[in-house]
Design a protein around this ligand. Structure first.
Ligand SMILES: *Cc1c(COP(=O)(O)O)cnc(C)c1O
Length: 390
């Protein structure tokens, strides 16, 4: 165990009370808390419908089914994400096309997506990476021009906004995850949000074995058990009631980091703070500058971990994961921007209850760990002094 962990949920007495009340009620599934949680999510995202499920992955899977995407369709997506955002496409044998990400935002850019659209492209599945919103207004122009569905993997971005409009309402369907490291947690859990009555009704049925929504024991579709239980939903209600508080705490931790790491900017690139959109802080990911060698990040991680500081490589490129290489033949060099970011980024400890003192401890450890970190050989050394002196 690290003395400063990578992440930690923030559970107050409210969460204890709500979960306890469910246990005392003996209504443990498909009860009032599920509906309340969905109402809170729909209100937060300013959409007509929220459908809660038992993971972010399940939300993404249902989003694809809800849009009717299948094997003859192609979906454009990002290789710089948690593997779930691409795995769900494989569940349905949907063809996918990776598009390389923007080197400063690490997100898919609308113009790059537009260039990759083909005759069989039916949708774009973009990820608001690390809580930084995708350029959804731009993405909507691309989708209107090419008649595409938009799917937002918003698992990092609950509470983020663009032009004061929350993430969760920009795409045809948006998906959230509530694993304990996310802005809010339900233990395990997820939710999709949409303005489409038909899509919401279909997904509501699919999460419950394809059962007719009027409660009859009639199964209209091939469905799944993707239900969120009452304990999870109660936990989620308490966390949603505290969303503003949790977001403010995270933003404060991020500002402490910014301040503490500002002097290290010759060596590291800090997260982007956007002007046009409001980021929701999910993780605090720094990137080593180009003058360090390719193995520097892993050594830096080891040094930090030895000092009791939790950290992780966020994220390895999806196309270079063993399963994807083997099945699809991807190789290093296929998506160079993504690969470069993957090789140089590092998530530092980041959670709502993190103290300023902890941030300073991490910053001090980082400053020490950067000393003598292997550098790329400078260009002039390649020629060598013997050659130039002769
Ligand atoms: C967390 C996450 C998910 C969902 O993960 P679950 O563990 O299934 O809740 C999906 N996409 C991204 C990018 C994530 O970070």
């Amino acid at each position: 165990m690290y003395s400063i962990p990578l992440s930690r949920p923030h559970i107050s007495s409210l969460e204890h009370q709500y979960v306890h009340d469910v246990l005392a009620s003996s209504r443990l599934a498909l009860g009032p808390r599920l509906e309340q949680f969905e109402q809170l999510m729909a209100a937060q995202c300013q959409v007509r419908h929220a459908v809660a499920v038992n993971s972010g992955t399940a939300a993404l899977h249902l989003a694809l089914l809800g849009l009717g995407l299948g094997t003859s369709d192609e979906v454009i997506t990002t290789p710089f994400s948690f593997v779930a955002s691409t795995n769900v496409l494989l569940y349905e044998n949907i063809r996918f096309r990776f598009v390389d990400v923007d080197p400063t935002t690490y997100n898919l850019a609308p113009d790059a997506v537009a260039r990759a659209v083909s005759g069989s492209t039916k949708a774009v599945l973009a990820v608001d990476i690390f809580g930084l919103p995708v350029d959804w207004p731009g993405m909507r122009e691309v989708s209107a021009a090419h008649d595409l569905f938009l799917i937002d993997d918003a698992c990092h971005a609950l509470g983020a906004t663009i032009q004061d409009r929350p993430i969760g309402g920009w795409a045809d369907v948006s998906c959230f995850g509530f694993y304990p490291n996310k802005q809010i947690t339900t233990g395990e859990g997820g939710c999709l949000t949409t303005d489409s009555d038909a899509l919401a009704a279909l997904c509501r049925s699919l999460r419950n074995q394809g059962r007719a929504t009027d409660g009859r024991m009639e199964h209209v579709y091939l469905g799944y058990n993707y239900r969120m239980n009452e304990l999870e939903a109660a936990l989620g209600c308490a966390q949603m009631e505290r969303l503003e508080e949790l977001q403010a705490l995270r933003a404060r931790v991020a500002s402490w980091y910014h301040e503490a790491l500002h002097p290290l900017q010759d060596d590291i690139i800090l997260p982007v703070v956007p002007a046009a959109a409001a980021r929701s802080w999910f993780v605090y990911v720094i990137r080593l500058n180009d003058h360090f060698s390719a193995d520097a990040r892993d050594l830096l991680m080891k040094r930090l971990q030895q000092r009791g500081i939790g950290c992780a490589p966020y994220f390895p490129s999806i196309h270079l994961q063993p399963y994807y290489r083997q099945r699809f033949g991807f190789r290093p060099g296929d998506f160079p921007v993504c690969e470069k970011i993957s090789a140089r980024t590092l998530a530092l400890p980041f959670f709502s209850s993190m103290a300023q003192e902890d941030v300073h401890t991490v910053a001090a450890a980082l400053r020490e760990a950067l000393v003598d970190l292997p550098q790329e050989a400078p260009a002039f050394a390649v020629n060598g002094s013997e050659a130039s002196s002769s």
